[in-house]
Design a protein around this ligand. Structure first.
Ligand SMILES: [Zn+2]
Length: 249
């Protein structure tokens, strides 16, 4: 586990660099953003360029309240990019992975979990118990774990200054796999956190693979150095883009 490993050159006690690519293994960043999020300035071109440099084999694009970037990235990256979405729920935020449609707004975590699974997706709890952001608290985390609402938990998030040891204890207790995501709002952060796991080609494969995942991560939260590029997104646009999609791989 993370606590037994050697810290990386950044000299942060919680940080572990992405391992060298291992033949046959997937190296995945589970949490990234584009300018369709509104709070990111990463264009599609920048995202593709940084992904190609990152050493990742797969990436989930998980914009806030939007899946509009996915088809644009899929044109360029093919099956290496997978559709996800970060959605605000009553208790915090959650990410759906392997989505074909948007997660509706205004749900509780339990209802969002159902909405994600109903479309064949995987429930990934991002930055739990992070007091600096709108995040699920300890009580909700434990009750959601008890109710089997979660498929994976984000141990490493590159915007966080530390990892939470209590989170590791809870994940182990309830046997919930731990992963990592850069939460990149700037393109250069893509790939700074993630997980190495057996290769996967579908959501069921991924669910099996995460049981053998090794998360990695380091803090990487550069300031945006240029003004936000405003990209209009509408729910109609997302609905149209999602319509007719039967598979994301
Ligand atoms: Zn995020």
């Amino acid at each position: 586990m993370a606590s037994e490993k050697k810290p990386n050159a950044a000299n942060e006690p919680w940080a572990f660099d992405k391992p060298e690519a291992v033949l046959g293994k997937a190296v995945v960043d589970c949490h990234t953003h584009t300018h369709f999020s509104g709070d990111s300035n990463t264009s599609i071109d920048q995202y593709v360029t940084e992904f190609e440099k990152s050493g990742l084999t797969h990436v989930f694009v998980t914009d806030h309240q939007s899946i509009a970037a996915f088809p644009l990235l899929e044109e360029r990256l093919g099956s290496r990019v997978i559709c996800g979405q970060e959605q605000r729920v009553a208790e915090g935020e959650v990410i759906g992975l392997f989505l074909t449609h948007k997660i509706p707004p205004g749900l509780t975590l339990a209802d969002a979990s159902k909405a994600i699974r109903d479309q064949g997706g995987i429930v990934y709890l991002c930055h739990p118990m992070d007091s600096k952001r709108f995040s699920v608290d300890l009580e909700t985390l434990v009750s959601s774990a008890e109710n089997r609402c979660l498929d994976a938990i984000e141990l490493y998030n590159s915007k966080s200054a530390s990892i939470n040891r209590q989170l590791i204890e809870i994940a182990r207790k309830f046997e919930i796999p731990m992963l990592g995501g850069s939460d990149s709002h700037v393109a250069s952060a893509i790939g700074s956190s993630g997980a190495v796991m057996p290769w996967f080609d579908s959501a069921p494969d991924f669910l099996a693979a995460v049981k053998h995942a090794t998360p990695f991560g380091r803090r990487c939260d550069p300031r945006k150095s240029w003004p936000l590029q405003v990209v209009p997104t509408t729910s109609n646009q997302d609905s149209e883009l999602a319509a007719g999609r039967e598979s994301v791989l």
